[in-house]
Design a binder for this molecule. Sequence first.
Ligand code: NDP
Length: 293
Amino acid sequence: MEAYNALQALMKGPLPSLFFCIGDPVVGNPTEHMVQTAFSSLGFSGRYLTCRVTKDELAPAVWGLRALGFAGGNVTAPHKQTVLPFLDELSESALLGKAVNCITRRPDGTYYGDNTDGKGFLQSLTERNLTVKNKKVVILGSGGAASAIAVELVLAKAGEVVLVNRTEERSRSLAKRLSGVSSTILSVDRWVGTYSIPLDADIVVQATSVGLFSPTMCVDVAFPQRKTPLIACDVVFNPVRTLFLQRAEDAGCTLVDGLGMLVNQGILGIQQWTGKAPDAQGMRRALEEAFGV
Ligand code: NDP
């Protein structure tokens, strides 16, 4: 593969494609390192910039990115919902989840918003030969990550999705929004004190922010005693080995960490931007390097 020559591009064109990550805070977000590593391995001349954009500055920032012809980018908290009105078209996942984390500029100059978080999660199961079709999945949490995952579970026709959240109103409204989209049964469990993961669950997804940057914090759950291993997933990726996953391992579960979801949502974005499949292992290594694993 021919190496990208920045000086030649500057003097003779074409100029590199520009990509962004906008959010607040963004310091500590390793996406730029992961994406830039993937671009290099593809010989793609894209440049990815991490930009802090406050809530008040979202509108001028997005119009500015559009005016500068940015080819796409990622959106993180707190803009995943509020960015929707600035986009020309939304994917089914973005419409159902009412949130966007990935934007792509189309050849006609319009901007397309997608949500790749939930798809990245499903891919992290698929690459382990795990399926959700007709399975009972318990999701702990009902925020952005949980919602994106619930959307994809419903679209993939999981058997039942049980939503469990500290603030029950939030899980009820998510269940209501997704009911009837497919054959998936949506239900809500109360979370008072220790939540006992149902014996007949196939998969449990820790999708709260508990444990992020904190290896000693874990949601208050009890794992069932059973003969076949429960699949336990955590969306938290830093630390990679969360206390939730350690407890799940002690209970005999099969583990899926949050790094796989992070890499896979990144891959989906890069595919939309470049039309090429990046090197997943290289991207995971880049993240591990960023987290000092
Ligand atoms: P949100 O702020 O939207 O949601 C946070 C969720 O965590 C809510 O359900 C909240 O419950 C729950 N929660 C927070 N504190 C507690 C607590 N002490 N006890 C029980 N529940 C609690 O955040 P996101 O959904 O955007 O992010 C959640 C996590 O997912 C973060 O760690 C983020 O880094 C990670 N993430 C990982 C991705 C990946 O690719 N691996 C992608 C996107 C996110 P309540 O409603 O009651 O406040």
